[in-house]
Design a binder for this molecule. Structure first.
Ligand SMILES: C[S@@+](CC[C@H](N)C(=O)[O-])C[C@H]1O[C@@H](n2cnc3c(N)ncnc32)[C@H](O)[C@@H]1O
Length: 265
């Protein structure tokens, strides 16, 4: 099966495909506070915290919040994709962190001793694992007692108005990431591993004014990426109709949330 949640090597060799989707969020989000600063503001990090980011991607999160971090945070940037690790380290190493190290590693087999970190962060990545519970157990293992795990993912209603357009490819009308590891799964699996979890949702929506950006985002991963000419023509027509209905604008509700669990002493 190939989809947003599998086929990692092709999808995440570098940040190009991810950027097509990130562009929508960057250009069109309506929110009092952006996603990355909103997440950063809720992480209970302290000066000198040892932090592991699993599935760090190109390090965009840390680059955008470096100036809001407590002093001397030691950052371990971990991803399955060597290209992502390289890009993340290049981007972050001159920023005001205590230290920055890159690790090419699989989330379910982290190359660290038990209790090595004060905080583990896994943003929008657990839906890529065949067994997210195994990934969460591994994150629990490398946390010290009283450390915390912060996970982000999407809810089932995330960008529904946009995903409805992908039914022309035979996809269901919903966020594929949320279908695999959405709010319910995050709550259940983190509660079962840690015995506690607190969730908050980023208040945000999208007001998209450029149809081509919807086309590029939804054809950056399969099945849209592999669609034939006839399907792509039907897809362009569906996008055009949706924008026409909204008088040139596509209004899309977002559901992205942060889940934090603490490893009790
Ligand atoms: C959607 S991106 C999220 C990037 C970043 N965390 C963010 O929120 O901006 C998912 C990342 O998870 C990585 N990934 C996927 N499966 C993984 C696995 N099994 N172990 C480690 N990293 C993985 C991908 O290579 C990709 O960089």
């Amino acid at each position: 099966m190939s989809s947003l949640t599998s086929g990692n090597a092709k999808q995440y060799g570098d940040s190009q495909k991810l950027a097509a989707r990130a562009r929508l969020n960057r250009e069109y989000t309506i929110a009092e506070i952006g996603w990355f600063p909103w997440v950063a503001g809720q992480l209970p990090l302290k000066a000198g915290s040892r932090v592991l980011d699993v599935g760090c991607g190109p390090g965009w999160f840390w680059a955008s919040v470096a100036n809001r971090m407590p002093e001397k945070v030691d950052l371990a940037l971990c991803d399955l994709s060597p290209g992502m690790v390289r890009e993340a380290v290049d981007r972050c190493q001159s920023l005001p962190f205590g230290s920055v190290r890159g690790h090419e590693a699989e989330a379910t087999a982290l190359p660290f001793e038990d209790g090595s970190f004060d905080a583990v962060i896994a943003m929008h990545m657990l839906y890529h694992l065949a067994d997210p519970a195994k990934g969460i157990a591994e994150m629990f293992r490398v946390l010290r007692s009283d450390g915390f795990l912060a996970v982000t993912t999407n809810g089932g209603g995330n960008m529904r108005r946009m995903y409805e357009l992908t039914t022309v490819f035979g996809s269901p009308p919903c966020d594929p990431a949320a279908a695999v590891f959405g709010y319910d799964a995050a709550d259940r699996l983190m509660r079962s591993q840690f015995g506690n979890v607190a969730m908050s949702q980023h208040p945000a929506s999208l007001r998209i004014t450029e149809p081509e950006d919807v086309f590029l985002a939804l054809t950056s991963y399969p099945p849209g990426e592999d669609a034939d000419e006839a399907q792509l023509a039907r897809f362009r027509k569906a996008i055009a109709d949706a924008f026409q209905q909204g008088n040139g604008v596509l209004e899309v509700e977002k559901e992205s949330g942060l889940f934090i669990s603490r490893k009790m002493a």
